[in-house]
Ligand binder design. Structure first.
Ligand code: IPM
Ligand code: MG
Length: 365
């Protein structure tokens, strides 16, 4: 098997974390007899600096021609004052919209070894395992009209039936494979777009009688996520609310550096860490590569249907943390932190060990 992967490292720490994840991707490919054809392109601020646009058409085309896209991060204060469509973030939004990536999967899983890295109490966190399913191509992110002049700025929150139906269907199907519970998060007490969302989710729910559905307002959901995260399993939500809730949820895992994501549509797929470009630590070997490496695990599972490779990567991350390796963002130990490269090398070493163990039948997945 040979797969084409478009690499979009982007800005800030993006190149470091993508390069670490590519090493893991290559290794897993070798072990499981898959070849990868990697091609790297500029997106975000680095593309703007070179070409005057955050993403060129031929880069978009290269993504259409690939089996999967791996993105690092985009953005940085340097480009904050550009108009919206020239900002680094515009590249990401264009990719999501053009590739039709309406499903954004953000798993929030606790690694036991990291339970103390969170600002929340261990007894609140222990056993949390939830997934945020964020609608990714609709809502106020893309609604028209939008604009700004001297006296006002405005955006449009809008959801069409088709947009809500397809993400709701996906959420109920995911719930069928998990604990059969969906929390749909909206702001239906104030917004028509959310009332419509809720009504449509209820309609789709009629087909999934085995699933328990609960609606929650987003402000309450934000509070409940930190009060008692274990009550959640599948969290289905609008684009904007999913953006905010996933940052809150990252604190359950201890660091935004830990959260991977997969963005899927009917044809294309893109994988990226949830964290940003962290320009303040870029190029200093301080970035946590685990979210990007974990995004590669999602790539194996979702794009290549290779669950074994995916599980071994996840287990390798887990063992690396249990062995005590910490980048600064998750280091509460008082011991010295390791570099981005060292963290990645440990994941690779553990991957090799686990691979051999499972080949011998010592370790079963
Ligand atoms: C995310 C990010 C993006 C978003 C930004 C960088 C455009 O915060 O993926 O969560 O708002 O979706
Ligand atoms: Mg965000």
């Amino acid at each position: 098997m040979k797969y084409k992967i478009a690499l979009l490292p982007g800005d800030g720490i993006g190149p470091e974390v993508v390069s670490a994840a590519v090493d893991v991707l290559k290794l897993a490919g070798e072990k499981f007899n898959v070849e990868f054809d990697f091609k790297e392109y500029l997106v975000g601020g680095v593309s703007y600096d070179k070409y005057g646009t955050p993403i060129k058409d031929d880069v978009l085309q290269a993504c259409y021609d690939s089996n999967a896209v791996l993105l690092g991060a985009v953005g940085g204060t340097k480009w904050d004052n550009l108009q919206q469509n020239l900002k680094p973030e515009a590249a990401l939004l264009k990719l999501r919209k053009s590739l039709g990536l309406y499903i954004n999967i953000r798993p929030v899983k606790i690694y036991d070894a990291l339970i103390n890295a969170s600002s929340l109490k261990e007894e609140v966190l222990k056993g949390t395992d939830l997934v945020i399913l964020r609608e990714l191509t609709g809502d106020v992110y893309f609604g028209e009209p939008r604009g700004m002049d001297e006296n006002k700025g405005f955006n449009t929150m809008i959801y069409t039936k088709e947009e809500v139906v397809r993400i709701a269907e996906y959420a109920f199907k995911v719930a069928q494979k998990r604990s059969k519970k969906v929390h749909s998060v909206d702001k239906a007490n104030v917004l028509e777009a959310s009332q419509f969302w809720r009504k449509t989710v209820n309609e789709i729910h009629k087909k999934y009688t085995d699933i328990q559905l609960e609606h929650m307002y987003v402000d309450n959901a934000a509070m409940q996520l930190v009060r008692d995260p274990r009550q959640f399993d599948v969290v289905l939500t609008q684009n904007m609310f999913g953006d905010i809730l996933s940052d809150i949820a990252s604190m359950i895992t201890g660091s935004l550096g830990m959260l991977p994501s997969a963005s899927l549509g009917s044809k294309y797929a893109m994988y990226e860490p949830v964290h940003g470009s962290a320009p303040d630590i870029a190029g200093q070997e301080k970035a946590n590569p685990l979210a990007t490496i974990s995004s590669v695990a999602l790539m194996f599972a979702h794009s290549f249907q290779m669950n074994k490779a995916s599980d071994i990567i996840e287990e390798a991350i887990s063992r690396t943390l249990s062995d005590g390796y910490r980048t600064p963002d998750i280091n509460q130990s008082g011991k010295s932190s390791v570099t981005t490269t060292k963290m990645k090398d440990q994941v690779i070493e553990n991957f090799n060990t686990i691979y051999d163990e499972q080949a011998l039948g010592v370790f079963t997945l």
